[in-house]
Design a protein around this ligand. Sequence first.
Ligand SMILES: NC(=O)c1ccc[n+]([C@@H]2O[C@H](COP(=O)([O-])OP(=O)(O)OC[C@H]3O[C@@H](n4cnc5c(N)ncnc54)[C@H](O)[C@@H]3O)[C@@H](O)[C@H]2O)c1
Length: 291
Amino acid sequence: MKTTLPEVSGDVAFVTGAASGFGLALSKELVSRGASVIMTDINEDGCKKAAAEINEKAGKTAAIAVKVDTTHFEDQLSAYELGKETFGRVDYFFANAGITERQWLPLFDPTTSSSRPITKPNATTLDITLDGQLNTAALALQVFERQEPNPRTGFRGKLVITSSLTAIWPVKGLSLYCAAKAGVVNFMRATAAYYENKGITINLIAPGLTATPILPPNFAALFDDNFICPVELVVEQMISVLGSRKDNGRTICTMGKEAWDNVPHDPMFEKARVQYEKMEYEFGKGMGLWE
Ligand SMILES: NC(=O)c1ccc[n+]([C@@H]2O[C@H](COP(=O)([O-])OP(=O)(O)OC[C@H]3O[C@@H](n4cnc5c(N)ncnc54)[C@H](O)[C@@H]3O)[C@@H](O)[C@H]2O)c1
């Protein structure tokens, strides 16, 4: 596995949700490949402990831990500034932190609904899993704009977003989680196309069910082994788009031990392609994105 992945030695990554699951495994793997990592998480103790272990194994300061609530843009900006001070620049941003569905609406029950007031929905899932990731993206794109390309890779920077297979194949009842995960897919597609040829790439990983602490205890054991993704496979896909790789706008899905690209257009799109591209051009012109 290690030989086929791009060179990342000497590069610097900013990872959200780095105290646990994919973010932690990714941070470890990047450091083992010679990169440095700004590990950020709302779980400060977990993040500090993980960074200390990584540094002990590396025999140097290859990771720093910073408390970040991704819903606060300022937290992410301060963590980036500290990371830049420590490591000089940031080549990769991983918008990874997320939570599963928190109850959005009271449970459907027409027998009691008339006696209950209509309430404001609980949007916590969207706040963290969509807006928090978009904060990371907004930071990354502005940082990349302000730094020269890395002389080894030729890129200003690369953004990698952790979505979910539930973005492609919705799961009944996980309404806000699926909305958040699908939201970042189309955000990535629209945005990666705009940054194409600007020295910036944006790609997305959409993992299937994986046994990380985001799942309830023993949840993964309920499913067939060939449905559950190994954490290493997801991390490998995250790293596969780094370094000097030109990949941009990819939605890499995983299920079990398989990885594949989901493509955005169904066959009907061919009937609309020319008009659609004209629409894209006219909207962009109106926003001043191009002449
Ligand atoms: N495990 C799966 O089956 C699976 C599948 C598809 C996608 N994902 C996605 O992968 C990403 C990582 O999840 P994981 O499986 O590693 O879970 P995890 O719970 O192990 O890790 C998530 C980390 O994010 C942190 N976090 C939560 N809210 C935060 C906030 N507001 N600010 C900063 N950090 C915050 C948590 O403290 C935790 O350390 C998430 O976006 C998740 O939706 C997971």
